[in-house]
Design a protein around this ligand. Structure first.
Ligand code: MN
Length: 203
């Protein structure tokens, strides 16, 4: 069973004005599609085809760079589309809100630390909110298409929120202004979904 590009739960223009329709169309239809296609090509005919993308990531040190880059790309973007939504943003609620208060020093401190994780990631990569093995939240970043599920990652955990800071995520609308894009991203975070992923990761 080959991996497939997941459908978006909203229209390309649904996240405007924060994320523009053209960026969404190219990001989903071209960039993510390329990760899926290249991942499928890299594992064609091997037992890896039967594995989940999560299990591939967890054992990524056993695979060549094409699987790391494209498998990471597929996992990361699949999460990314889900943790964004129209008419979202604002402040978190539910159990994840309590955990942000107790583990990360509150929402304002989380926002500062998460934005700093994205801003200080040189070149391409991702900023993450994760649930660590001990059940506590942490904020970190990874290079390229790596993620905290990967056995080679410096920060390990289950991602529940990821922000793509590759230029392809913002260049058409924000050019080189990554901080403006990151501010806009906070307006589209689907905190209900993040809370759902938090509860699942804690089980
Ligand atoms: Mn991307």
């Amino acid at each position: 069973m080959a991996f497939e590009l997941p459908k978006l739960n909203y229209a390309f223009n649904a996240l405007e004005p924060h994320i523009d329709a053209k960026t969404m169309e190219i990001h989903h239809g071209k960039h993510h599609q390329a990760y899926v296609t290249n991942l499928n090509n890299a594992i064609a005919g091997s037992d890896t085809e039967k594995m989940s993308i999560e299990d591939i990531c967890k054992n990524i040190s056993k695979y060549p760079a094409a699987v790391r880059n494209n498998g990471g790309g597929h996992y990361n973007h699949s999460l990314f589309w889900e943790i964004m939504a129209p008419n979202a943003g604002g402040t978190p609620s539910g159990e994840v809100a309590k955990a942000i208060d107790s583990d990360l020093g509150g929402f304002e401190k989380f926002k500062t630390d998460f934005a700093a994780a994205g801003a200080t990631r040189f070149g391409s990569g991702w900023a993450w909110l994760c649930v660590k093995a001990d059940g506590k939240l942490c904020v970190c970043s990874t290079p390229n298409q790596d993620n905290p599920l990967m056995d080679i990652a410096d920060c390990k955990g289950t991602p529940i929120l990821g922000m793509d800071v590759w230029e392809h995520a913002y260049y058409l609308n924000y050019q080189n202004r990554r901080p403006d894009y990151m501010n806009a991203f906070f307006n589209v975070i689907n905190w209900n979904k993040v809370n759902e992923l938090y509860l699942k990761a804690k089980k």
